[in-house]
Design a protein around this ligand. Structure first.
Ligand code: SF4
Length: 139
C-alpha cells in the first residue's frame, strides 16, 4: 500500500461540526467498530499481526467509499487518535500526516461542504482505544 497523502483541501469546521457531519453521513465504521479498532477484549499487542493487517485492509476498503472521508480525516488530524483506522489511515499514518500538515498550509474549501464534494458527508466509529474513545471524542 502506498503511504497516504494529504488532500489539497480539508474542511475547516469546528470539531463539533465535523463530528455532526460525520455522524449524519452514517459511515460504515459505526456498524462494525471492531473492524476499525480491533477485537474487543484483546489488547492491541495481542492481536496477531496477520489478523491485524487483514482487518486494517478491510477497514481501509470501507473508508475508501465513505461519503464523509474528508471530514473524518480533518477530525483525525486534529484529534490525533492513538489507535484505530480513520479515513483509511492508521493512527500512526494520521500522526505522520498531521506532521506533514503542520509543515505546509492546508487550503480551506470555501464552498459549502456537502455541495462542494460528495465525499464530504458525515464520520467515525467507536472502539476500545478506538471504538469507545471515538465515541467519547465524538460525544
Ligand atoms: S473511519 Fe472515517 S472514513 Fe472510515 S468509514 Fe468511518 S467515518 Fe468513514
Amino acid at each position: 500500500m502506498t503511504a497516504p497523502t494529504l488532500p489539497a483541501t480539508l474542511p475547516t469546521l469546528s470539531l463539533r461540526k465535523l463530528r455532526d457531519l460525520i455522524l449524519d453521513g452514517d459511515p460504515g465504521c459505526l456498524c462494525d467498530p471492531e473492524l476499525f479498532t480491533g477485537p474487543a477484549g484483546i489488547e492491541a499487542e495481542d492481536e496477531p499481526v496477520m489478523d491485524r493487517d487483514a482487518r486494517i485492509d478491510a477497514a481501509r476498503e470501507v473508508c475508501a467509499s465513505c461519503p464523509v472521508r474528508l471530514a473524518c480525516l480533518a477530525y483525525a488530524l486534529r484529534t490525533r487518535p492513538a489507535a484505530g483506522v480513520w479515513a483509511g489511515c492508521t493512527a500512526e499514518e494520521i500522526t505522520a500526516l498531521a506532521a506533514a500538515a503542520n509543515r505546509r498550509p492546508v487550503r480551506t474549501n470555501p464552498a459549502p461542504l456537502r455541495g462542494a464534494n460528495p465525499l464530504i458527508a458525515a464520520v467515525p466509529g467507536q472502539g476500545k482505544t478506538g471504538a469507545s474513545a471515538r465515541s467519547a471524542e465524538v460525544a
